[in-house]
Design a protein around this ligand. Sequence first.
Ligand SMILES: [Zn+2]
Length: 180
Amino acid sequence: MVHPEFTLLGDAVWLDLVNSSRGRTPSPPDLLPDLEAYGRWSRAQQLQPDDDTSFTLVRTFREQLTAVAEALHAGIQPPGGAIAAINGQLARSAGSHQLTRVSGGWRLRFAPNRSLQALEAIARSAAATLADPGAIVRRCAGGPCSLFFIDHSPTQSRRWCDAALCGHGATVERRRGLLR
Ligand SMILES: [Zn+2]
């Protein structure tokens, strides 16, 4: 997904938020320097704008989600404060649990009374990743790149945020190694 202003890998909306302060260069610019930029980012993600949020809240939540991504990459427990912040956002959505028939089986799903606002949707995305044992969060292995992604590959062997942008150099290096 190529966006002129933001890096949207599209693996999970919460990681796209985390990645907005990261990038493929050693000192990437913060792509969300103010609340207006966050508003544009939300629209790019097709999220419903938050009614009442402050830029401080968005920045703090992004830092907490970054700590979650770092912990998942390192295979350690995410900080309790970050989990509490996710739960705090989840608690904002009123709705009910409903049984839904999916592919011949029953699933228990939460149906919100109103469409989710951006921060709630971001929290929902992070919660879904944390609750899914098959969702592997990794930091890109490409040189200076600090972007996080979710490895959904069947063999769990994805190493780069983008194989063409970050993986090419590594492949060339490996080939050189083989040729030597
Ligand atoms: Zn990368």
